[in-house]
Design a protein around this ligand. Sequence first.
Ligand code: UDP
Ligand code: MG
Length: 321
Amino acid sequence: MPPSRKDSPRSKTPFVSIVVPLYNEEESLRELAAEIAEVSKEMGKSYEIIFVDDGSTDRSFEVLRELHAHDSHVKVIRFRRNFGKSAALSVGFKEASGEYVITMDADLQDDPKEIPGLIAAMGDSYDLVSGWKQKRHDPLSKTLPSRFFNYVTGRMTGIPIHDFNCGLKAYRRVVIKSLSVHGELHRFIPVLAHWAGFRVTEKVVQHHPRKFGKTKYGVSRFFNGFLDLLTVLFTTRYLRRPLHLFGVWGIVSFVIGAMIDGYLSVERVLGLTSLSDRPLFLVGFLLIIIGVQFVSIGLLGEMITRQERDEEVYSIRETLG
Ligand code: UDP
Ligand code: MG
């Protein structure tokens, strides 16, 4: 009897695609693939695992080649060099065809046993379920900055989740097909999804200490994370209306500067003061210049974005008729 379409690994759309970006994780891959296979069997659903080898320099790819040879669920994409986790995810998303898509780290810190729960948490009400490593097994040097990062990101974006950068997430296919994850923006996937109008929630997940190898990010992650937050705020919130951002502050600065200098000029004309010993005059002067600059930057921004106005920036849920 031919295998039923639903269970066949060759069926066009598996129930779930598991996307795993990895960089030098040779020791973990076999165990990870075995655990995913076990969980998927328990779920009784079709699946595919998409490993994206982000230019590993260890034996990761050899291990993947072997896994692929023995298991038709395993797909492997290999980068020529290390392009970063965002690039790896982005390519994995392109390749994924499952109804649901799971992302998880390759280092066994994320537990495949969480997969059914994450998909269940989506129910009918959500499009993205982000893992929340409530009890983290990482050194303090990582958890502390991470808390701060999550707090600031939550406050600035207004999205009430605790762990933006958790590698373990579940998505409906439509979410990953409509997001563009470039640069280092994988940290902000929930933000990008939320702003595209998808419904985002979180679920507490198990987290394990790193068993093999070491973390691929140093302190730089912290600073880069914040610069990226700026990028995200800018490109998603203000990209379409740069003058609103720069214009308001430009005008405020200009008006305050003009009032200060206007007042000092009147005093000077009335002969009450001499401008040379009023440092405040320079402050006003500076504010006026900054104000003009900001408005000009905003206008330049408008001119630049004008060219891209026609591009699709919204995300359509459905159309009838
Ligand atoms: N990773 C990647 N490309 C990189 C850095 C990391 O694909 O340039 C992968 C890495 O192999 C792991 C996941 O991204 O599967 C998370 O990385 P890591 O465990 O080092 O981060 P941490 O858990 O310390 O946040
Ligand atoms: Mg890790």
